[in-house]
Design a protein around this ligand. Structure first.
Ligand code: ADP
Length: 627
């Protein structure tokens, strides 16, 4: 047996006990209430329920009607509620005890109005009104128009009827789930439910060819649950009413519906708002608000003196369709299938709505972070640009500086070129003389030609070195062997040193010194330092004119040392020699050492100037050894 079910005889006994209890414990009418009622202040309202006070859908209508009545009534209200219950049993007992109970309760102080909720209550009131409240106006609320007992309506009755349209309800199922092949209809076995079963069958005739209809009216509710849990695909359930099942078990309607929802493997449809919200998919349905507002306005009108016969309403049909978003999702029903004008309720709050503040914080942090990153990237790009630009400038400046350096020793270079060219000329003339003899010495001619070739090499080597140092190249980093670079530079200034009678010596470290750098710019560094050193020793005695270059490996650094035997650098100038435009020479520019320092630093190295204890200047360059 379902946990929500009650045996009919037990419920009937409980009802009687309750009636007796109320009759014994409550004074039928309080004297002050009667007095106020006589003065027209207090209005006495009797609400008569058909199926018990907690039986959906009527319970929801009654709750809303009562609340709205209390809210809108200009008079204080004394609302009494009674439930028939008998409509829920297949074989209810006689009405007489309940009629007697009501009669004794209201004898002498009749209600000002009786609100009947549902058809059974309305019929009961019509049947016993002569005995219970002969002149009291009756409102028949939430009664399907087919169940109104029109033959027994009096001028004291107002009908607020509803109209069930099962064809519309089933067409809604086919609209949202067009693949539906079969619909199982859940309906109980009480006389009222049997009436509706026949009505539904009759109304759905037009759908005979479209879908198979399965009726659960002859099943116990437990069996209905088992079937609903194992329905074939493309089946839907339609919730009619479950008051009493085929096994005679009475059910609280909403408990039964929730049990069905918990096990069903197919979507459940229905046609009344009170079933909507935790179990059914939705569609066109009766809404509580319209019935409630009509009932309350009729009641207030009558309590205020209006004649009931002057109030008449057309039955209320289904309102615009509503759907439960959770059920739509659960059964994969696309919102595009819903009819136009549908309302979708119970939307699950999305992550934005659920974690609004947290998400805003995350977005804010993300934006700040993105801003910082793009700022840093922009800054980095600008730095890169600046670096490239400064290297470009450096390359141009260095090139100009090389020109001026080289121009200083053009005479020596010319001299150096003249030497091999003069030798070539002399050797060529000698060869001609030998060849003009009757028996020329061919081996000697061969020797002369070899000398010519060697001199030509010497001359072209001078030109190659010059061209290489004067080349205008962008800053270019490659792997270079430092000893070789130093040797090449010395080759360039050797002739100058010779011309100035300066002893230029080179002591290379025995191992290879690989660094990463621009070979032309590093040559320029060495060249500038040697030229400065040669300038420094030029005024000294010929026997003291020495410039010495050496390379050393110190840990993971390569060192180039350039010393001379000149006067050295004044102590006060030591800190300034690398400053641009610092010079002590009458024709000096003061740019040589500034460029040297910039080039060395661009190679991640460092340069230092110092004086030897024995006299003369010492310049030390340190460059990182290539990995
Ligand atoms: P410039 O040679 O045009 O003067 P530099 O920047 O090459 O420009 O040199 C700056 C100054 O540093 C020189 O004028 C000189 O006073 C000093 N200096 C450079 N090298 C030496 C050296 N080997 N001995 C003495 N003084 C030097």
């Amino acid at each position: 047996m379902c946990s929500g079910s009650v045996k009919p005889w037990r419920a009937a006994a409980a009802l009687l006990c309750l009636g007796l209890l109320v009759a014994v414990c409550l004074p039928p009418v309080r004297a002050d209430a009667v007095e106020r009622s006589r003065r027209g202040e207090l209005k006495r309202v009797l609400i008569l329920h058909s199926f018990g006070r907690e039986f959906r859908p009527w319970s929801e209508y009654a709750r809303d009607i009562k609340a709205e009545l209390e809210r809108k009534s200009p008079w204080p209200l004394d609302i009494q509620e009674h439930a028939l219950l008998s409509a829920r049993f297949n074989n209810p007992g006689p009405d007489a005890p309940f009629v007697e109970y009501l009669h004794s309760l209201y004898q002498g102080a009749l209600p000002d109005i009786v609100l009947c909720i549902g058809a059974p209550a309305a019929r009961f009131a019509q049947r016993y009104r002569a005995k219970l409240f002969p002149d009291t106006p009756l409102i028949h609320a939430v009664v399907e128009h087919r169940l109104v007992d029109r033959a027994n309506l009096s001028s004291n009755d107002v009908v607020v009827a509803i109209r069930n349209d099962f064809l519309v309800a089933f067409e809604n199922i086919l609209q949202v789930l067009p693949d539906t092949k079969s619909v199982a209809v859940v309906v109980g076995a009480s006389p009222l439910e049997k009436f509706w079963l026949e009505e539904v069958k009759r109304e759905l005739k037009p759908l005979d060819q479209k879908i198979e209809l399965v009726w659960y009216s002859d099943l116990a509710f437990d069996d209905i649950l088992k079937r609903a849990a194992n329905l074939p695909p493309h089946t839907a359930l339609f919730w009619g009413l479950m008051s009493v099942d085929a096994a005679g078990v009475v059910h609280e309607s909403d408990i039964a519906l929730r049990s069905l929802h918990a096990v069903a493997n197919a979507p459940i449809f229905s046609y009344a708002e009170p079933f909507f919200g935790d179990s059914t998919v939705g569609g066109p349905m009766h809404t509580i608000a319209e019935t409630s507002s009509r009932t309350v306005s009729a009641a207030i009108g009558i309590l205020g003196g209006a004649k009931p016969e002057s109030i008449s309403y057309e039955p209320i049909g289904f309102a615009a369709p509503r759907y439960d978003s959770r059920e739509l999702q659960r059964w994969g029903i696309s919102e595009s299938r819903l009819p136009p004008g549908s309302a979708i309720l119970f939307r699950e709050p999305n992550i934005w709505q659920r974690y609004r503040w947290q998400m805003l914080m995350i977005v804010a942090i993300f934006l700040v972070q993105a801003g910082l990153i793009s700022g840093l990237l922009h800054e980095r790009r600008r730095r890169r640009f600046a670096e490239v630009e400064s290297r470009q400038r450096l390359a141009e400046l260095a090139h100009a500086n090389r020109y001026s350096a080289v121009s200083e020793f053009t005479t020596s270079v010319a001299h150096e070129l003249n030497q091999p060219l003069g030798s070539i000329l002399t050797n060529a003339e000698t060869a001609e003389l030998i060849l003009s003899t009757s028996s020329p010495d061919i081996s000697e001619v061969r020797q002369i030609l070899a000398d010519i070739r060697r001199d030509d090499h010497r001359a072209s080597e001078v030109i190659r070195r010059l061209r290489s140092i004067l080349r205008k190249t962008p800053f270019e980093v490659k792997d270079i062997e430092l000893n070789e670079t130093v040797r090449e530079t010395l080759g360039l200034v050797k002739a100058v040193a010779d011309g100035r009678h300066i002893a230029l010596t080179y002591v290379p470290v025995l191992a290879d010194l690989h660094v990463r750098g621009d070979p032309v710019q590093l040559q320029q560094v060495i060249l500038n330092l040697i030229i400065n050193a040669m300038d420094a020793v030029s005024d000294a005695n010929a026997d003291k004119r020495e410039v010495s270059v050496s390379t050393v490996r110190a840990g993971n650094q390569a060192e180039i040392r350039i010393t001379d035997t000149g006067p050295g650098i004044a102590a006060t100038d030591l800190a300034k020699v690398f400053d641009p435009f610092f010079t002590t020479k009458p024709q000096g520019m003061g740019m040589g050492l500034a460029i040297v320092k910039t080039i060395v630093e661009a190679h991640h190295g460092e340069i230092a100037a110092a004086n030897h204890a024995a006299g003369g200047a010492l310049f030390t360059i340190r460059l990182p050894i290539a990995q």
